[in-house]
Each structure stands twice: as structure tokens, then as C-alpha cells.
Design a protein around this ligand. Sequence first.
Ligand code: HEC
Length: 114
Amino acid sequence: MHALSIARTCLCATLMAATCASAQQAKPPPIAIHSVNVDFPASTTAFPPGPGSDIAGKCLICHSAGMVLRQPALSRDQWKSEINKMRTVYGAPILDAEVEPLSAYFTEVTRQRQ
Ligand code: HEC
């Protein structure tokens, strides 16, 4: 091993030790957890009637109809991936057979609204 390489190794070890020491000294302040009450405004937006609107009620388990309807108009394939994201990422209880009618429904209702 060259002298330069040994010197680099030593410098590196010294820096790491110094970093650890300073991290141990700077203790973060204790976290204070408080309970708060929040009243969310009641949503008055409902999914418009139409084929698939009955299944769309499942989307309301987690968020409002307005939150879904305010999205930009998406293509049917984009709605399909959005619905599948809700299923796989967030665990939405949407059955395989419900994905097609739901994507058709949301394509239609968001297209009409634009
Ligand atoms: C199990 C809970 C759950 C269900 C059921 C659910 N979602 Fe979501 N959804 C979420 C969460 C969590 C987010 C992310 C919210 C955020 O980022 O603030 C979200 C966000 C969205 C968004 C915003 C865009 C995005 O990708 O973040 C759309 C559109 C959406 N959901 C559509 C739907 C539709 C349509 C259904 C019904 C087929 C549905 N969701 C059912 C949990 C759910």
C-alpha cells in the first residue's frame, strides 16, 4: 500500500469518527405529541347516476366524490391504471370484474364535465 493511500484511509477514518461523535452530541429535542380535533367540511358532491355509479360508491370509503371528479379528463386506459393503483397501492376493495365498468364510468363522467 502506498503512503498516500494509507494517509487517505486514516483521514477517512478520522472524519467518520468525528462525524459520529458530533451526531451523538447533538441530541434532537424530545418529540411532544398532542391530540387535535379537526372538523373537515362535509362534501356535497355525489357521483352522477349512470352505469357503474353503484360500484363507484366503493371509492367513497377513502375520499370524496369531488376529489375523484376534479381530476383532469383521463382516457379509459388511464382510469384503469388509476383504479388499479387504488387497489394495489391503497388496498381499495375493487374486484377484477369491476375495473372495466368503473373505468368506463369515470371516462364518461369526467369527459362530460370538461
Ligand atoms: C382504500 C382507500 C382508497 C380507496 C377505496 C380508493 N382510493 Fe383513491 N386514493 C386513495 C389515497 C390514499 C389517495 C392519495 C391521496 C393523496 O395523495 O392525497 C387517492 C387518490 C386518488 C386520486 C388522485 C390521484 C392519485 O393518483 O393520487 C384519484 C383520481 C383516485 N384516488 C380515484 C379513486 C377511485 C376512482 C376509486 C374507486 C374506484 C378510489 N380512488 C378508491 C385511497 C383510496
